[in-house]
Design a protein around this ligand. Structure first.
Ligand code: DGL
Length: 281
């Protein structure tokens, strides 16, 4: 393994960040990767924003102090929306790349000017998302934009429940299409959704363009790391850590990255005092 190569930390609530890791590995094959899934708390999307904010900041601060990351990719729209500004102030020397729903490319390319957005409730209700939406709407004319809070969808994908995933997609995309019969662009505002891209396309129709910002995130990482990872020997396998059961992460990595991974149960276990624990409803 090339131990001199920069170490990129990729964070998500669960398996969604694999859709971003895949794009990062294509763009930066010589970097080293470590992936952290907070799957003891997944899904994030319907959790209380203040609890999530505290959780993400303490978890990532602890992770960085142990792993010594060179770059952090918050491969989770929800965690970015809620905590990326806090993370940048907690870790001022660590370059941080967040992810946000791809409204800008959608506004730039939609021909029918009718755009749907599928994302978690926490993302769509965040001040960060509302600012992004207002910025896009104020600089565009004649756009019809419709959002849908996809409650339960990331959880169904996380647990690999195809029937539930399909029926939720039919309900949510059906609602978007009823509101916007001319919708030609659908923004996938959660990193879990590209993992079921074919099902989304099937439900939305082949004429609908799906917007996934993973490649833009990878380009941003390339820009921030500059020449540091342009050459050298390809890095070894990513390191995998999670706060809960490793079963879904292991199965998903096999399916999406076509590799076997070793993750031990609760392999990331920061001191209790530094973490907000899951609230059992
Ligand atoms: N994959 C994450 C996102 O992009 C989180 C989804 C969830 O845990 O609800 O928003």
């Amino acid at each position: 393994m090339n131990t001199k190569a920069p170490l990129i930390g990729v964070f998500d609530s669960g398996i969604g960040g694999l859709s971003v890791l895949r794009a990062l590995q294509e763009a930066l094959p010589h970097a080293r990767y470590t992936y952290l899934a907070d799957n003891a708390w997944a899904p994030y999307g319907e959790r209380d924003a203040d609890a999530l904010h505290a959780r993400v900041r303490s978890l990532i601060t602890h992770w960085h102090s142990a792993a010594k990351l060179d770059l952090l990719v918050v491969a989770c729209n929800t965690a970015t929306a809620i905590a990326v500004e806090g993370l940048r102030s907690d870790l001022p020397h660590l370059p941080v790349v967040g992810i946000e729903p791809a409204l800008k490319p959608a506004f730039a390319t939609s021909r029918s000017r009718s755009i749907g957005v599928l994302a978690t409730r926490a993302t769509l209700q965040s001040a960060r998302y509302l600012r992004l939406r207002d910025d896009c709407l104020s600089s565009a004319s004649t756009i019809s934009l419709q959002e849908c809070c996809a409650d339960g969808l990331a959880g169904a994908i996380e647990s690999d429940d195809h029937a539930a995933t399909r029926s939720l997609l039919e309900a949510y995309i059906g609602a978007l299409l009823r509101a916007l019969p001319d919708m030609d662009t659908l923004v996938l505002g959660c990193t879990h959704y590209p993992l079921v891209r074919n099902m989304v396309q099937d439900v939305a129709g082949m004429h609908v363009a799906l917007m996934d910002p993973a490649e833009a995130v990878a380009r941003r990482a390339v820009h921030l790391l500059g020449n540091a990872v342009k050459a050298g020997t390809p890095s070894g396998a990513p390191q995998w850590q999670c706060t809960g059961s490793p079963a879904m992460l292991t199965a998903a990595a096999r399916r999406w990255l076509r590799r076997d991974v070793a993750v031990s149960p609760g392999s990331f276990d920061p001191p209790t005092a530094s973490l907000v624990r899951p609230v059992v409803p």
